[in-house]
Design a binder for this molecule. Sequence first.
Ligand code: SF4
Length: 324
Amino acid sequence: MIGLPKDIVTVSELKKYFFTRQGTVRAVDTVSFSVKEGETFGLVGESGSGKTTVAHTLVGIYKPTAGNVFYKNQNMSVVAQKRPMTLKQDIRIVFQDPGSSLNPRWSIKQALSVPLKVHRVQSSNNDRLERTKELLRMVELPPEEYLYKYPQAMGGGEKQMVAIARALASDPSFVILDEPTSALDVSVQAKIISLLIRLQKKLKLTYLFITHDLSLMRNTADRVAIMYLGKISEVASATEFFQKPLHPYTKMLLSSIPVVTEEEEVLKPKKVISKGEIPSPVNLPTGCSFHLRCPEKIDICPKIDPPMAEAEEGHLVRCHLFQS
Ligand code: SF4
């Protein structure tokens, strides 16, 4: 019997607060989810929802205020400098803006060989050169053309391909994609997404895909989680998510994304008009943090924050309308 995929990452009651002069920003507030080996887990939210803070806490840029993050049963709730090298090699991130994540003074050969040196993947100069060429081929950039180029002589899509190659240099299992296409022209976004899908299959990678673009998740993610003001409001398989969304916020997001097929049009929720602005994360409303914008709110909503509940198998929702 073939076993079910194992959880590779488990995030448990994670909190990341920032203490500012204006007050405490609860950027991530008691977030729990797990990512299964080999899947693409989409973490979707508007700007300020906390999704990037989750990503940065996972790679050790931030130390959690509370809660735990486990990777293959190892607790990694410490900053990157204190993590064992094997963990740093196995978990890599691709940032949103390839322009600022590549050093303009380094050629592509340097950009790719430095992580090989840092992670001690290849010891000799010759081995590093061969691996650098292999990495460029993996992301479909001919080495003879790109090895000695500098980032400023390349387009946004090509730079992101190099950033992906750099993330793959240490042969990771888990890659966090932090809005990998949002800084790119629409014309190259599809190319980068197809490349990521091909690489995932070939290298058996697990992805945590952070994005504000819910429509991107339809054909990319296996499961999707929605974040709103530091909390996860809904988690479901991508199929269930697009066919049967439950949370009013998810319905609002889905009602405003473009659809391609007639079938998608039928499934798309009726247009939901958002009633207000997103509240400040320093001054969150009481009860459900979505109640000021929610078209379906009931009396209890401004008073009590609903817990996450399983509405159907594997379909979790944080809303008073779905508490059993
Ligand atoms: Fe709307 Fe109430 Fe559900 Fe919050 S708990 S999403 S306010 S119905």
